[in-house]
Design a protein around this ligand. Structure first.
Ligand SMILES: *Cc1c(COP(=O)(O)O)cnc(C)c1O
Length: 304
C-alpha cells in the first residue's frame, strides 16, 4: 500500500453520524460524532493524521526506519507500528517503563511487535531525557539511521496532518467542534484550518497548561488560529488514564444507546463532558455540535 492510495481509500466514506437523545431536543442542540475510529482497524483516529506528513517526510529523506516514543499503552506507538507494516517502514518504539513491568503481557505492545516494531524499553528516569542530544545520539549508535517522530506526533508535520481532519466533514455545518486533548497537537491543527469554534477537553490534570502548550505550538511554528477556541480542564476525571465509576457507566450506556464504542482515556471523557455541558445549558439553543471520535479503542484493553 502507498500513502496516497490509503488516503484515497478513506476519503470516499462518510464518517459523520448524528446522535439522537431526548435531552438534546429539549435543550435545542444537535450532536454529531465524527467516527475517526473507523478509518482503519489499526491506523485510526487522529494518530493517523499526526503520522501522515511524518511518513511522507521520512520517505522524502530516503529514511526507511521510523523511531518514536510512548508509554506501554500508547495509541501513537500502536499506530506507528501499524503504519510501518502497511507502508513498509522499519519501526522502533522507545517505551517508557521498567523492563520487568513491560514484559507482563500487554496487548498493545504485542500488536506493535507483531507488526514488526522493535521495542526498546527505557526507565522512567531515562525517558525524561529522551529529547536530549546525548540520548538521541545513543539511540543512533544502537539503531543507526532513523527518522525521529516526537512523542504523540507533536510536531509541524503532525499539526499539518490534523488540519486535514476537517476534510472529512463540512465544518460550516457545525458551530462547535469538540475534541479530547492530550498534547494539543490535534487541536492546533484544527485551529489552523477551521473557522468554527473549537472546544478542547483536556484529559490530563492541571490548570491552563494545555492552553499554554497549544499557544506554544502555534508560536513555535509561526502558525495562527483562524478560530475561537477554549479548553475545559474539569473533565479529566482525576487525571490521565484515571477513571471514575460514573465515567465508565456513561461509556457503557452511550455504547448501548448508540452502538458507538468509546474508550475512557480520551473520547469517553469528551462525550461525558459534552453531555454534562448540554444538561447545564452551556451551549446556546440551536448549537450544532460535532464531537471528534479520536479512535484509540485498542487502549481499552488496558482496563479489562
Ligand atoms: C492521542 C489521542 C488524543 C489526543 O491528541 P493530541 O493531539 O495529543 O491532543 C485524543 N484522542 C485519542 C483517541 C488519542 O489517541
Amino acid at each position: 500500500m502507498d500513502i496516497p492510495k490509503f488516503v484515497e481509500s478513506y476519503f470516499s466514506e462518510n464518517y459523520v453520524q448524528k446522535i439522537e437523545d431526548p435531552t438534546f431536543k429539549q435543550k435545542g442542540v444537535s450532536v454529531s460524532i465524527l467516527r475517526c475510529d473507523l478509518i482503519h482497524p489499526e491506523l485510526s483516529g487522529n494518530k493517523w493524521f499526526k503520522l501522515k506528513y511524518n511518513l511522507l517526510a521520512a520517505n522524502q529523506a530516503g529514511c526507511k526506519t521510523l523511531l518514536s516514543f510512548g508509554g506501554a499503552w500508547s495509541n501513537h506507538i500502536h499506530a506507528l507500528a501499524a503504519s510501518g507494516k502497511l507502508f513498509g517502514f522499519k519501526t522502533i518504539g522507545v517505551i517508557r517503563g521498567e523492563i520487568a513491568e513491560l514484559s507482563k503481557s500487554n496487548a498493545c505492545l504485542a500488536d506493535a511487535s507483531a507488526n514488526g516494531m522493535l521495542l526498546h524499553a527505557v526507565t522512567r528516569a531515562e525517558y525524561r531525557y529522551k529529547e536530549s542530544t546525548e540520548f538521541i545520539e545513543d539511540l543512533h549508535k544502537q539503531f543507526g539511521d532513523f527518522f525521529l517522530i516526537p512523542e504523540g506526533g507533536a510536531n509541524l508535520e503532525g499539526i499539518k496532518g490534523c488540519a486535514e481532519i476537517l476534510q472529512l466533514f463540512q465544518s460550516e455545518a457545525f458551530d462547535k467542534i469538540c475534541l479530547a486533548c492530550g498534547t494539543g497537537t490535534t487541536l492546533a491543527g484544527l485551529l489552523t484550518a477551521t473557522k468554527s469554534d473549537v472546544l478542547g477537553f483536556q484529559v490530563l490534570k492541571g490548570e491552563h497548561y494545555l492552553q499554554q502548550q497549544v499557544n506554544g505550538l502555534l508560536a513555535h511554528y509561526a502558525l495562527s488560529a483562524k478560530a475561537d477556541w477554549s479548553i475545559l480542564d474539569n473533565y479529566h476525571c482525576g487525571g490521565y488514564a484515571k477513571t471514575t465509576p460514573v465515567l465508565l457507566e456513561f461509556i457503557n450506556s452511550f455504547q448501548q444507546q448508540t452502538g458507538i464504542p468509546l474508550e475512557p482515556i480520551y473520547s469517553g471523557k469528551m462525550l461525558y463532558g459534552i453531555y454534562a455541558l448540554i444538561q447545564q445549558g452551556f451551549f446556546p439553543e440551536g448549537s450544532r455540535i460535532l464531537a471528534i471520535h479520536g479512535g484509540g479503542l485498542q487502549g481499552r484493553r488496558g482496563f479489562s
